[in-house]
Design a protein around this ligand. Structure first.
Ligand code: ATP
Ligand code: MG
Length: 346
């Protein structure tokens, strides 16, 4: 049995990660290497069992966790054990898809199995629903198995379609596979096509933007028109607006923290400003606006007028004379909060 010698053999194999190259392997054990990649080297332990030795513990933990997610399916090698830098697993035989497609056609049945594979990836919780064709093995009974799954989990950003699988198939087989997807899963096909187009457009824009050298002097001169502090009267208004924004923001935060209903808080603020305005109008019966600051403040209010219009189903947008923009901000904020709540629930 391999088990009594395993620890000793593992001490006699040193695997070191390289930059942009396969791992470096120093093997003083009697084990025979079956293959290696950038994350580890694989050695045969018995007829059916191998051990993958990693260059670092994070890759090892990731791959083990990813494989463990798939143990209830038939897609992955069975797990037999783990150390800080190694995983003992089933040897996957058969012919990998890269070899297979060199001489055999990509049939609709095979495409269906690939889609099923992606469905299983999603079902077991993989974040990257994608694999290179050389990591996919066809079994004698026509089923698939996959190896090298560490990169499927603990991901922040992934392509939202199986880009690696598609590109690894090569132009011809990619077109055949896409035609099969179109026929068998038309909605999925449309979605992939959408992402492929978006990617292409992004690539074109980046190619355009990257070499562009902006005219810094021109930007500097023209951007002076955005400055606001020099015109004192306007500056005072803007500063008042800013203070009001902060005040309102903090008020809402405090009220929400106390468990108040957001709509009720908004209504209270509106009422407060309505009262202020009524007081102002009483003091200035001719309706003359000597003090522009008050007018400016209205830009921040949920005026009764706007509230009424909204409740009648009128579109906000730019319609509100003073409030259009800020009403949107308030809505955005509420939506942000909703999103945050949703995220927390997840
Ligand atoms: N369970 C297995 N059964 C049989 N052969 C295996 C198994 N796992 C890996 N191999 C062989 O070892 C090679 C390297 O394994 P693997 O691709 O998992 O390494 P990796 O370093 O994670 O690769 P990558 O650089 O792509 O991440 C494979 O190409 C394959 O030939
Ligand atoms: Mg790998």
């Amino acid at each position: 049995m391999y088990i009594q010698n395993l620890e000793q053999w593992m001490n006699n194999i040193k695997v070191t990660n390289q930059v942009n190259a396969d791992v470096e392997v120093v093997n003083h054990s009697p084990l025979v290497m079956m293959g290696k990649g950038r994350q580890g080297a694989v050695f045969q332990l018995t007829d059916d069992i191998c051990v993958k030795v990693f260059g670092n513990t994070e890759d090892c933990d990731r791959e083990y966790y990813a494989l463990s997610l798939g143990q209830q399916t038939t897609l992955f090698p069975k797990l037999y054990g783990k150390g800080p830098l190694y995983i003992v697993m089933e040897i996957i035989r058969g012919v990998d898809l890269r070899e297979y497609l060199q001489s055999q056609p990509l049939t609709k049945a095979l495409s269906a199995k690939l889609i099923e594979m992606l469905i299983t990836f999603k079902k077991i919780g993989y974040e990257r629903i994608d694999h290179h064709k050389r990591q996919i093995y066809l079994q004698p009974d026509g089923s698939l198995k996959v190896i090298d799954v560490a990169r499927t989990i603990w991901r922040d950003r992934v392509y939202p379609y199986p880009r690696k699988l598609l590109t690894s198939l090569g132009e011809q087989n990619k077109a055949i596979f896409m035609a099969h997807v179109q026929e068998m899963a038309p909605e999925l096909y449309m979605e992939w096509l959408h992402y492929i187009r978006m990617e292409e457009i992004s690539r074109q824009i980046t190619a355009l933007l990257l070499p562009q050298e902006p005219d810094k002097d021109k930007i500097k001169n023209l951007s002076n028109s955005l400055l606001t502090t020099a015109d004192e009267k306007n500056y005072v208004n803007l500063l008042q607006g800013l203070v009001h924004k902060v005040f309102k923001e903090e008020w809402i935060k405090t009220m929400l923290a106390r468990g108040a209903d957001p709509e009720a808080v908004m209504a209270k603020i509106d009422e407060y400003w309505d009262n202020l305005e009524q007081g102002f109008e009483a003091r200035h019966p001719e309706g003359e606006r000597h003090y522009e600051g008050v007018r400016r403040f209205e830009g921040d209010r949920h005026t009764k007028d706007n509230r009424d219009r909204r409740s009648k189903g009128a579109k906000g947008g730019k319609g509100g004379k003073h409030n259009g923009g800020d009403r949107h901000n308030d809505r955005d904020r509420r939506n942000d909060k909703k999103d945050k709540k949703k995220d927390k629930k997840k």
